[in-house]
Write a protein that binds this ligand. Structure first.
Ligand code: ASN
Ligand code: ZN
Ligand code: CA
Length: 335
């Protein structure tokens, strides 16, 4: 009996009912996506080590669309498989990148990690992605922007290799927020439209507010809106604010704006007005800088130079895009 490709259905928690590529072996369908580097989705069933069990179904339908930490639940697996699929497609169709290592090889994902685990993480050593179920009011960590964020840590590791501390650590974290946001907009899912918020679906704070805000990072109570000489002393999830804010300003511009029903208001350090060049162009500039100019020790000053070089390569050094990169960095006090 051979293994054939099939097209199944995921009933996700966050993204509605979605198509998922599966494989069929006899009367069993498995969550393996042969069209995207063989990505597989496993169930850890609350364990914290090992690969877990490849998620399987007799009718090619995965999940119920309802949150559950039950060890047999397949909804989390459906969300994880969808997140891996959209992240793969985003990198392929936006940048021509063929997987996290750009070698056509898919990672794998693990759901139901541990008990009441409120996090998700990428691990370079297993080349795998892991999701907790959340705890109490915090929902499973399997939302699209979280998936894109975490898997983008793998891309950063395999390209710039930004050290995960100091200013380079903030740039590493911001890269994941930027690309995770890119994934969310790319998927354009009716149940999870793109926004410049991180983790808005998972109720991480218990009051419905998101984990991070790219238009004005300080709205989370801890992130930096602007560069200062001690910004590198902050936790990397807070020093990232400077680059997240840069990316928002470069994409959308300063001031008030509503996108997909979400209102933003992005201030500038010096009160200057920044005109956005579109998220699509900002993503191309960031990706080129990440993959060609950033190194393990890139700090904010070097990120300004690297993104300016990328903008010059893509659009010319006399272009509006080049000037907007300079203006957006100045607007977050990176000169
Ligand atoms: N969710 C966290 C992050 O991506 C996991 C970690 O601490 N690396 O930043
Ligand atoms: Zn991260
Ligand atoms: Ca989001």
């Amino acid at each position: 009996q051979g293994i054939e490709n099939a097209t199944g259905t995921g009933k996700t928690l966050y993204s509605g009912t979605v198509g998922l590529n599966t494989t069929q072996s006899g009367s069993t369908y498995q969550l393996t996506d042969s069209t995207r580097g063989g990505h597989k989705t496993y169930n850890l069933a609350r364990r914290t080590s090992g690969t877990g069990t490849l998620v399987a179904s007799s009718n090619d339908v995965f999940g119920t669309g309802t949150a559950s930490s039950s060890s047999s639940d397949q909804t989390a697996a459906a969300d994880a498989a969808y997140g891996a699929q959209e992240t793969w497609d985003f990198y392929k169709n936006t940048f021509g990148r063929n997987g996290i290592k750009n070698n056509g090889v898919g990672a794998y994902s693990r759901v139901h990690y541990g008990s009441s685990y409120v996090n998700a993480f990428w691990d370079d050593s297993c080349f795998c992605m892991t999701y907790g179920d959340g705890s109490g009011n915090v929902d499973p960590l399997t939302s699209l922007d979280v998936a894109g964020h975490e898997m983008s840590h793998g891309v950063t590791s395999n390209t710039a290799g930004l050290d995960y501390s100091g200013e380079s650590g903030g740039l590493n974290e911001a890269t994941s927020d930027i690309m995770g946001t890119g994934v969310e907009f790319y998927a354009n899912n009716a149940s999870d439209k793109g926004d410049y918020l991180i983790g808005e679906k998972i109720n991480i704070n218990g009051d419905g507010t998101p984990l991070r805000y790219m238009d004005q990072p300080s709205k989370d109570g801890a992130s930096a809106d602007y560069w200062s000489s001690d910004v590198g002393d902050l936790d990397v999830h807070y020093s990232s604010g400077v680059a997240n804010h840069f990316f928002y300003l470069l994409s959308e511009g300063s001031g008030a704006k509503t996108i997909n029903g979400v209102s933003y208001d992005s201030p500038t350090y010096d009160g200057s007005t920044v005109t956005g060049i579109s998220r699509a162009k900002a993503l191309q500039i960031w990706y080129k800088a990440l993959t060609e100019y950033f190194t393990s020790t890139t700090d904010y000053a070097a990120a300004r130079q690297g993104t300016l070089q990328a903008a010059a390569d893509l659009y010319g050094s006399a272009s509006d895009e080049y000037n907007a990169v300079a203006a957006a960095w100045s607007a977050v006090n990176v000169n």
